[in-house]
Design a protein. Sequence first.
Length: 298
Amino acid sequence: LGVAEEEEVEVDCESKPGGCRCYYDALADGCPQSLGHDGQLMMCSCDYRDNTWLNVLTNFLWAFRTGPDERPMLAEKFGARFEENGVLSLDVGYKERIQCAAALSQVYPGSLFQVDIDELHKFARNLFWPQVRQTLMDVCVPGRIALQLICLHAELGMRDGQAAAAYAGQIAALFPLIEGCVVRSTPWSFPGLAEYLRIWASTPPPDGSPLSPAAAASLSWWPSPEDLRGKTPEESDATTGPALLSKIEPASPLARTISTPPASIVATQGAGPPEGPNASAENGHLRDAAAHQGTAVA
């Protein structure tokens, strides 16, 4: 009997978490599956003690539960304005107004700390150091992704496809780190986000011309309102507990007043830390933790 030759099946490895490199070597450094169980859970951790991330979560749920007719209201809802440096800023419940621009897509929104997947992996492999664990909680990868999604859609609202694509690329790099723990271990929810990011991956790079309203709508994330909502305590194992989850009211817009002036963030690579006590403290913690984990990693 003749043996039928096995047909080679072409695999779209670039659409897999971590791309082709991680598809063929899942345990390679920087790949989501290379992290241990504790490291994966820490990627989903956030510090909720001062309610900042709860405020962001409430606004995030409100923003993306809206339909096509309500999306234009987001600019007014978040007090959108252009700062003196020409960068769009929004009040989304974070410590200070976040600033959105193509040049700022390379940093975590709300800071000037550069998004670095390899460094996050180093942190997750050195959880012995308390300051490293606190740094991952301060980074709050789920919260930063939520802020990136808000900035992405702010850029779509301005018809800037290139800036929106830059944010989509950063989200695509970060989301695999939390995809396995965000549903059960956090109050955050990103239904259909992986499929949405594949739309960006298959879309030709924007040529710099303004997007049409139809094109911007087709590149927008439209999660089901039934799936994007505040979780009940039974739906999440997050250590935040029922008291925290009960504070999330996606149907009620959050009225929040900023009592401190916004940080002065310049849209240039290699700039120093933003001004203001919140921004400088946050970046200081990140630098200190990097120094600690650097002593532990050969």
